[in-house]
Design a protein around this ligand. Structure first.
Ligand code: URA
Length: 435
């Protein structure tokens, strides 16, 4: 086979065969296909799209470009579950949901990512915890899953290597925003975990990766269809990202919120709690660990209330080398509130801009080699709909110095719309989609 003939076929909007797709993925992995050819193929797919069979074949070929976790020798006798999000701001759900699902009887080998664009990354958040190792060997990772019930780790060297190469090329050739390529990219990694079922959190709104509701929905449908077609029962929830999901956005600030949530300290952010329960309920029902969503939600609530989910979280942190003195997480030099300056209701939040403000504070990367300052970010964030006066704190800003604080305060105020009328409540979960 000649790769240029396969690219030509997709360029001319024809359907590729399984063999052609496998040839492409294999060539990407072994380096016999050049970066230019990867770029040309991605652009051809961007414009001419893949049908469900082609998308599934590409996902499976990319999954099989590296190791697939095999769980047979671990005799788990329970479903292997995971949830994945398309990325948001203040989306700390994974830190709570992994131990909650494990406590409810599932096994969760969660492979998470770093911050991408304006969105935060679960791995970056976990690295606020001193000593936390996000790259245990695949064997150790599997042993920990068996022993504790869950781990949260990064993509190891040989997991879906074709995705790593294709993603790097997409990133610099304006081909990231393709539903076909995003589907294959996310699912090649998730399916390599050897999952029984997956729940996808596809974000919609001002802080979402996809620019419109319709495109988010198409992505959700695509992921549910391809994953289920590939034998992993998957539900995709379309959830609201028109405001910061948690009451905090950053790294250590979000870990603190997750710890308080799991320890039942203070009031849980109701939107964060609702999304966590909704995603968790789908995972438990898909994994046949609960007969109905109501039963699943009750089980999840119980493991929070009786402290068992927190115990598993603590065990996971210790097993991955982390310190559990969470009162010693990194703290910023300047921590003080930003005030509203006007009166009215918070009507809207440009969540993407708040994500960018976290990066500008030093809590994310501008280029891949940037070091993250885990201490900075926002917390005590007032939600949309709050009534404010000029002296109402909108959020606390954690900054490394006064100049950074001032810039963040300006950006934060600019990201909010404050007006006279109280906005209507928005749904938190818009739709639940299955294949
Ligand atoms: N996350 C991924 O892993 N891949 C994409 O293409 C987009 C988001």
């Amino acid at each position: 086979m000649l790769i240029q003939e396969i690219i030509r076929k997709k360029r001319d909007n024809q359907t590729l065969t399984r063999e052609e797709i496998q040839f492409y993925s294999q060539g990407v992995t072994d380096g016999s296909i050049s970066e230019g050819q990867i770029a040309a193929m991605c652009m051809a797919i961007y414009f001419n799209k893949l049908n469900l069979d082609e998308r599934t074949e590409l996902t499976l070929a990319m999954r099989d470009s590296g190791d697939n976790l095999n769980w047979d020798k671990y005799h788990l006798n329970a479903p292997i579950l995971d949830k994945h999000s398309t990325g948001g701001v203040g989306d700390v759900v994974s830190l709570m949901l992994a131990p909650m699902l494990a406590t409810c009887g599932g096994f969760v080998p969660m492979i998470a990512g770093r911050g991408l664009g304006h969105t935060g990354g679960t791995l970056d958040k976990l690295e606020s915890i001193k000593g936390f190792d996000i790259f245990p060997s695949p064997q150790k990772m599997q042993e920990l899953v068996k022993q504790i019930g869950c781990v949260i780790v990064g993509q190891t060297g040989n997991l879906a290597p074709a995705d790593r190469k294709i993603y790097a090329t997409r990133d610099v050739t304006a081909t990231v925003e393709s539903i076909d390529l995003i589907t294959a990219s996310i699912l090649s990694k998730k399916l390599a975990e050897g999952l029984t079922s997956l729940v996808m959190d596809v974000k919609v709104g001002s802080g979402a990766f996809m620019p419109t509701y319709e495109l988010s929905k198409q992505l959700a449908q695509s992921i549910a269809a391809v994953a289920t077609h590939a034998g992993c029962q998957t539900t995709a929830l379309l959830t609201d990202m028109n405001e910061v999901l948690a009451s905090s956005a950053g790294n250590a600030v979000e870990v603190r919120e997750a710890v308080r949530y799991l320890r039942n300290e203070g009031t849980r952010n109701p939107r964060l709690h609702e999304i966590t329960l909704a995603l968790g309920a789908e995972a438990l029902v898909n994994g046949k660990l609960a007969a109905t969503r109501e039963e699943a939600r009750q089980n999840l609530q119980n493991v929070l209330d009786n402290g068992k989910a927190y115990e598993i979280f603590e065990k996971m942190v210790i097993a991955q080398g982390g310190h559990t003195q969470f009162d010693q997480l990194p703290t910023a030099a300047v921590i003080k509130p930003v005030f509203a300056q006007s009166e009215g209701y918070i009507q809207a939040m440009n969540t993407r801009d708040i994500g960018i403000a976290v990066i500008n504070l030093g809590g994310g990367r501008r280029i891949a080699s940037d070091e993250i300052d885990h201490s900075v970010g926002f917390d005590e964030i007032l939600p949309i709909g709050s009534k404010v006066h000029p002296d109402t704190p909108l959020a606390m800003i954690h900054a490394k110095n006064e100049d950074a604080w001032q810039a963040a305060a300006q950006a934060y105020r600019a990201a909010l719309t404050i007006g006279e009328t109280q906005p209507e409540n928005r749904p938190i979960v818009y739709e639940t989609l299955t294949a």
